[in-house]
Design a protein around this ligand. Structure first.
Ligand code: PMP
Length: 328
């Protein structure tokens, strides 16, 4: 018989998929690391399992304890799934821009969800960072993983995703491209790859976010970009940051489903847009790997909903030759 002992054992070892259609006219090979095949549906399963294991070892999380975390959804799903298997309770704090679909997934795993306004400063008592701090103080046996500063976040990528990429490409990748949220993905993978060889590390960032020089002004793509500098982002790791608009991110996200059969989230469209920008400037024999953090089902009422796109002006706001309207 062939089976695993728990769903948690299915985390990691995700495939690389060649992008064929959106790369038209580009000679360099562009490969996508497809993280939605993780059992919780995103790259965040990797950090969830490592952060919980570390907290258990350090005695911070004890049997019957409660995990409290500000999360845009994916980290919550990973934590909720691992916590369910290990018998912990979960409370998640989300900004209100996070789709209801995503919040309902957290509730389905048995978690409690607190929603906070997006358009307030991080120091505001209503901000999702502050609400989660207050809950940690109020709930007995509560532990906050804090994906923004927990070293197990980048370390999980240094120890798993980075080595997977090096092995899968036989050490031949020349560029690695990923969006930056907490910075855990790009910092952990970037550090590992740079120790192996001269790999260029490229961050993809929404217009308005601090990583590409913005002030943190609101943008709509979820899970990436910040209005502050998290500890887990290694400022030395990126050789370049490519700024991508919401319109271009959403357009590429829809093309990935239509043209590549990859139903993925908005930060994936953003990362691919940046990867193609890199690929157009690269040598023909370069190998560019772009990480796709999650699947598209959590965005059906937003990115894949024409009314929502129209409401925000994206159907007429195409930024390249192919507008979103063209791919409908
Ligand atoms: N995309 C999505 C959809 C995410 O949820 C996240 C995590 N916030 C990221 C990208 C960015 O990953 P990281 O936090 O490792 O920088």
């Amino acid at each position: 018989m062939r089976y695993v002992n728990s769903v948690v054992d299915l985390i990691g070892n995700t495939p690389l998929v060649k992008l064929n259609a959106v790369t038209e006219g580009i000679e360099a090979l562009v490969l996508a690391k497809v993280e939605y095949v993780n059992p919780g549906g995103s790259v965040k399963d990797r950090i969830a399992t490592r952060m919980i294991e570390d907290a258990e070892k350090a005695g911070l999380l004890k049997p019957g304890g409660t995990i409290v975390e500000p999360t845009s959804g994916n980290t919550g799903v990973g934590l909720a799934m691992v916590a369910q298997q290990k018998g912990y309770k979960c409370v998640f704090v989300c900004p209100d821009k996070v789709s209801e679909d995503k919040r309902n997934v957290l509730k389905a795993y048995g978690a409690r969800v607190e929603v906070c306004p997006t358009a307030v400063a991080p120091e505001d008592p209503r901000s999702y960072y502050n609400v989660s701090d207050r809950l940690v103080e109020e709930i007995p046996g509560a532990w906050k993983p804090d994906q923004y500063s927990n070293p197990a976040n980048p370390r999980s990528h240094y120890e798993t995703t980075g080595p997977e990429l090096w092995e899968q490409t036989e050490g031949r990748l020349t560029h690695f491209v990923a969006g930056i949220g907490t910075g855990g993905t790009i910092s952990g993978i970037g550090r590992y790859l740079k120790e192996q060889g001269p790999v260029k590390i490229v961050g993809a960032d929404p217009e308005g976010s601090v990583y590409s020089g913005g002030t943190g002004r609101p943008y709509l793509v979820e899970g990436v970009g910040e209005d502050f500098w998290p500890d887990n982002y290694d400022r030395q790791v990126c050789d370049e940051i490519v700024e991508v608009s919401d319109a271009a991110s959403f357009e590429m996200t829809r093309r990935l489903a239509r043209e590549e059969g990859l139903l993925v989230g908005g930060s994936c469209g953003m990362a691919v847009e940046a990867a193609l920008d890199v690929a157009r400037r690269a040598n023909p024999d370069d190998i560019i790997v772009v990480l796709l953090p999650d699947g598209g089902r959590g965005y059906l009422s937003k990115i894949f909903n024409d009314d929502w796109l129209t409401e925000y002006g994206f159907l007429s706001a195409g930024t390249s030759e192919t507008t979103v309207a063209d791919v409908l």
